[in-house]
Write a protein that binds this ligand. Structure first.
Ligand code: SAH
Length: 321
């Protein structure tokens, strides 16, 4: 695209009856700009304690049914080392917003893991500029903080204790500090329209994000949104495709949530612009407890899963890296 389209224009594209030409264009743009490579990243979910009340998320602090866990720093480091040994070059360390892991403690963990040479993405929520800066000094390479929704009203309704402006200011700080910055949003949040999704795509463009995780909302039975329907997989793929065309070099994961709704869709999103896939390396005992949304998770075998993932990517005619 020679210029950024407007919100209306994007919304009307999202609505098109036959989207196949846009998918084909997204696939072409992906191939020209980021090649056939699919980046494989590991994700380690190290704590499900959270001080926030996000109404869609199973980890929110008002969910009394959630059984909470925290991994010990040594355990986090040793699991990340295993991921490195299995061939992963990147690990995403994700958690709820858990004050137990102070920036100092997180910094120590980052320094220790970095000794292997693995790249570290942190995904631990909102922090001050100073704390992000400190963690960057400790060796963190990337940060993942989804905007969740670009609509201030929907944002307010879903986050009783945080604000969209804060979220956006965190993302801008991360960019300023030189982090490879990932954002993203959910498809199918209550109140969302095609124009909201268009605004979401444009916000990622305006911030200049290096990565965007776009996934369907999945209702969790122990949250206030338990009766809301899940997001559409088709609309998710459309949003991924338009984001690829608008930001040719961005990294776009095939999100886990998409695979939860439909494994086929998760693979087909690779022909709609996606070029990244993440695999959980969280130890089994904790993996089941890290329930952002309900998912049927198998047992973790870091080495076996890594091999299977590479085979799957080969089958799609792409190159695992
Ligand atoms: N505490 C961190 C990590 C949040 S969990 C942070 O604030 O960034 C990671 C992501 O899971 C969220 O950013 C959100 O986009 C997604 N998520 C949470 N609940 C979800 C649900 N019910 N359905 C789909 N995705 C969800």
């Amino acid at each position: 695209m020679d210029r950024a389209p407007g919100r209306r224009e994007l919304a009307s594209l999202l609505k098109m009856e036959d989207f196949s030409s846009v998918y084909a264009e997204a696939d072409r743009v992906r191939k020209v700009n980021v090649s056939d490579v699919v980046y494989i990243r590991s994700i380690l979910e190290f704590s499900n304690h959270c001080r926030r009340q996000c109404r869609y998320c199973g980890l929110n602090c008002t969910n009394r049914k959630a059984k909470r866990f925290r991994m010990k720093p040594e355990e986090i480091v040793s699991t990340a080392r295993q991921a490195w040994d299995a061939g992963y070059k990147t690990v995403v360390l994700q958690s709820g917003e858990d004050p137990f892991y102070t920036p100092q403690l997180l910094g120590e963990i980052v320094r220790e893991i970095k000794k292997t040479g693995i790249k570290i993405t942190l995904s631990c929520g909102e922090m001050s500029f100073e704390d992000y800066s400190y963690l960057k000094e400790c060796g963190a390479d990337r940060y993942l903080l989804k905007q969740e929704t670009a609509d201030p009203e929907i944002y307010r309704a879903l986050h009783p204790d945080s604000q969209l402006e804060e979220r956006i200011s965190c993302l801008k700080n991360l960019k300023k500090l030189g982090y490879e910055t990932g954002s993203g949003f959910m498809i199918g949040l209550p109140g969302q329209s095609l124009e909201t999704i268009a605004a979401d795509i444009l916000l990622i463009y305006e911030i200049g994000c290096d990565m965007a995780g776009i996934g369907p909302f999945i209702p969790h039975p122990d949250t206030p949104l338990k009766n809301s329907p899940h997001g559409s997989t088709e609309l998710t793929k459309r949003a991924v495709a338009l984001t690829r065309i608008l930001m040719p070099e961005i990294n776009l994961p095939a999100t886990t949530a998409l695979g939860v709704l439909d494994a086929e869709e998760k693979n087909s999103v690779f022909s709609c612009g996606a070029n990244v896939v993440m695999r959980k390396v969280t130890p089994d005992a904790y993996k089941k407890l890290y329930e952002i949304y309900p998912a049927d998770l198998g047992e973790t075998d870091i080495y076996k899963e890594r091999r299977e993932l590479e085979e799957m990517i080969h089958r799609l005619g792409r190159i695992p890296v």
